[in-house]
Design a protein around this ligand. Sequence first.
Ligand code: C2E
Ligand code: MG
Ligand code: MG
Ligand code: MG
Length: 292
Amino acid sequence: SSRNSSREAQGIFNPDMQVNMEKTMFSEMNLRNGLNQNEFHLYYQPQVNGLLGELVGFEALIRWQHPERGLIFPGDFIELAESTGLIIPLGEWVIKEAFTQLKRWELIFESHLTISINLSPRHFLHPDLPSYLIKCAQETGVDTEKLVLEITENVALEDFQAVKKRMNELNCLGFEISIDDFGTGYSAFIYLQHFSVQQIKIDQQFISGINEDPKSEAIVRTIIELGNRLGLQLIAEGVETKLQSERLKELGCLDMQGYYFGRPIPVDEINKQLSSVLNNRKVFLPIQDPSI
Ligand code: C2E
Ligand code: MG
Ligand code: MG
Ligand code: MG
């Protein structure tokens, strides 16, 4: 959505209107060509333990480097991919790429980092998903525990029993499941009551007001308590300031992701930072960005 991409898109597509126009201009064939021409890339955003400053993993976020139109954000093509079914080959590419990258980082840095990927509801329930995941894990020799699968609450709109069965299946294979944008979707509590999930990602909408808006703070506080009571991992997304990270620490949410710790960047740039991060006792220093 434009909410997610507008900040990063600054300087690439300036007037918001242009972004919206571009969105309608992609066709199924454009996407298919992009996939065949290897125009998609994963950018990686650090996930950090705010208490220790330790890097714990990355979220992989897809980007389309279009030869004429430049860098395209997922808000401008994921919907089309879902409606055309291309989300399956696209999602499979993401899975394969993430496993390959995990393997590369294991070889270079002997790291214990995880990668979180985003799965669309349609792909989550696809019959081939478990076997494809296992195939990639086996081909790379990477533990399934290292790939975290992010889904949104809207998966609950699908067949309830099928979702439940699929979650158990993926858990049995060793994958952890994370509920992305927690609190913004169709039914947050049904998930926690009936489904086997391991992580909650507190949506950035609640994080942005955490220091000024008592309602946002109350919601975050309650999600954290809920997560703790259910024994789930908690991570806050969209952490943009030191003040937000400090408030989250006080409230007991230690894992964080957001521009304050680093924007999503290509793997080459991550590697440059990683060598210094991992040599420096894994302490990940927030990037001082005056534009934030
Ligand atoms: P998401 O999974 O909730 O990812 C978080 C989005 O917020 C990303 O936008 C990220 O760049 C942005 N973000 C991160 N930190 C901050 C921050 O501190 N402030 C603000 N304002 N934004 C921040 P992005 O990369 O444009 O992705 C948008 C959405 O597209 C994702 O939301 C996810 O739902 C979807 N998506 C991304 N990659 C994939 C993919 O490989 N497959 C599928 N199916 N969906 C994807
Ligand atoms: Mg996500
Ligand atoms: Mg999210
Ligand atoms: Mg979000």
